[in-house]
Design a protein around this ligand. Structure first.
Ligand code: NAD
Length: 485
């Protein structure tokens, strides 16, 4: 199999690799070395306009394509992703700085998402409705919106490309994707494979560029019919304001501050490694990262010590060393996380382990896996999303206090509960003000089509699973009076 190459400094526009109108370029850096991997095109508002126009032209024929044919194209795309796992994993890993095996996992997830929607494309149905008397018929029809805009961040670019493109295409929409300027390589590579799979020109377009320019132009474009935004809560608010001007629906998947809630009867041999992984995977740069550890006082000292031991054992290295954790993605993110560490120390939190930079390579942006104990609810480290390998520990006594602490956050993405008492687990799951709950595991392993739901400042979406097809369709209701003949 030849190497999967990404055309240098090209946008995917109407089925062709095209330079940006003003020929601008943007370097993409390896965060472990500071070296440029390759430049990408610096798309601007004019390029966004071209991409939306291409998507608009492609929409009627794509919407009229049989759902089975749309599914077959998605299946072909998924197969190509499977053939190029290693190349795609390399782009994903080097671009973000994550270990190669983490990149590989992300590509498997991305392929699984595309496969899921390949199979779902021809299973999207409406309903027939009951009528008050015979002689009437009522039914609903799911219809695609039209041109969907997708703006995604840099932390899991391949997964988010699949999750925000595949269901939209399956439902008959066309898409303009704006990847993050920080990590656009895997999205471009995936889009290249979609082109190879045979999607008609204009069905999927990719404009790389800056958020304040290409991103803002896309989300404010008057000919966009639906916006998917994944990113920070602050940018999510700006995107929603832009959408309000055009009155288009928005799907927002934003930040998180997810708790691992550990009761005294929990199976700690299972819980401890999962808690460590939940905050060190992808260097803590996951929206669902387990950044708060809430632990019952009776086992607090033991759990804190064992988690700290696990954090100390995390091996740091560049993406191609394929160890446990890489650097943070770029200099601003690195400075931001170090700022959180300094503030926590100044505010009186106790450093159990870590607490500063890790000097591994001359230009690498590595941060030590860090545990803070003795934190108080008003500290930034407890309230705000750090997006780094930084854990804040709080103790509780009893289920009521556990629930209060679990929900004492502006975010509402994921809550994880660890206990062997099934009634308590289900009670806490029921009380969680979060879009997703995991019991005795971190996140959704073992479940197919788990909805990626959000509450509160984490946003609102029906992303992931079958619900995503509903997210990308509008429902038409039809009422018929059957005349006697
Ligand atoms: P970000 O908000 O800075 O950027 C996200 C995307 O928006 C990028 O493509 C960026 O170019 C673009 N953008 C920036 N300003 C814009 C504007 N004014 N208008 C339109 N687009 C604009 O986020 P980030 O730093 O790239 O990513 C980290 C954030 O993403 C974290 O908060 C994380 O929790 C969140 N995230 C959420 C999920 C989820 O599913 N909930 C998944 C992954 C990441």
């Amino acid at each position: 199999m030849s190497e999967l190459e990404i055309p240098v400094s090209r946008l995917l526009m109407d089925g062709e690799w095209t330079p940006a109108r003003d020929k601008g370029e943007l370097p993409v850096l390896d965060p472990a070395t500071g070296q440029t991997i390759q430049p990408v095109a610096l798309g601007t508002g004019a390029d966004v306009g071209d991409a939306v126009a291409a998507a608009r032209r492609a929409f009627p024929a794509w919407a009229a394509t049989s759902p089975s044919e749309r599914g077959a194209l998605l299946a072909r795309w998924a197969r190509l992703v499977g053939q190029y796992v290693e190349d795609l994993a390399r782009y994903e890993a080097q671009d973000v700085g994550k270990p190669l095996s983490g990149g590989r996992t992300n590509i498997f997830i991305a392929r699984g998402i595309i496969e899921y929607f390949a199979g779902a494309a021809d299973k999207l149905t409406g309903v027939t409705l009951p009528t008050r008397t015979p002689g009437y018929l009522g039914y609903t029809v799911p219809e695609p919106y039209g041109v969907c805009a997708a703006v995604i961040p840099w932390n899991v670019p391949a997964v988010l490309t699949a999750a925000n493109v595949a269901p939209a295409l399956a439902a008959g929409n066309t898409v303009v994707l704006k990847p993050s300027e920080v990590a656009p390589l895997a999205p471009l590579a995936l889009a290249g494979l979609a082109r190879e799979a045979g999607f008609p020109p204009g069905v999927l377009n990719v404009v790389t560029g800056l958020g304040a320019d290409a991103g803002a132009a896309l989300t404010a474009h008057p000919d966009v019919d639906h916006i998917s935004f994944v990113g920070s809560t602050a940018t999510g608010r700006a995107v929603m304001r832009a959408a309000s001007a055009n009155l288009v629906p928005v799907k927002l998947e934003l930040g998180g501050k997810s708790p691992n809630v550990v009761f005294a009867d929990a199976d700690l041999d299972t819980a401890i490694p999962a808690i460590v992984q939940s905050i060190t995977e992808n260097a803590g740069q996951n929206c669902y990262a387990g950044s708060r550890l809430l632990v019952e006082e009776a086992i607090r000292d033991e759990v804190v010590e064992r988690v700290a031991e696990g954090m100390r054992a995390v091996r740091l290295g560049c993406w191609d060393q394929d160890l446990d954790m890489g650097p943070l993605v770029n200099e601003p993110q690195y400075r931001r996380v170090l700022g959180f560490l300094d503030d926590a120390k100044r505010e009186g939190a106790r450093v159990v382990t870590g607490g500063g930079p890790a000097d591994l390579t001359p230009n690498g942006l590595f941060v030590q896996p860090t545990v803070f104990d003795k934190v108080s609810p008003d500290m930034r480290i407890v309230r705000e999303e750090v997006f780094g390998p930084v854990l804040a520990v709080q103790g509780f006594s009893g289920t009521r206090e556990a629930v209060e602490l679990m929900n004492a956050t502006d975010f509402g993405l994921l809550a994880c509960v660890w206990t062997n008492d099934v009634s308590r687990a289900l009670h806490v799951a029921g009380q969680a003000r979060a879009g997703q709950v995991a019991v005795n595991q971190f996140h959704d392993a073992g479940v197919i089509g788990f909805p990626f739901n959000m509450q509160k400042d984490s946003g609102f979406s029906r992303g992931g699973g079958y619900g995503a097809l509903r997210e990308y369709t509008q429902e038409k209701a039809v009422a018929v009076r059957l005349l006697d003949r």
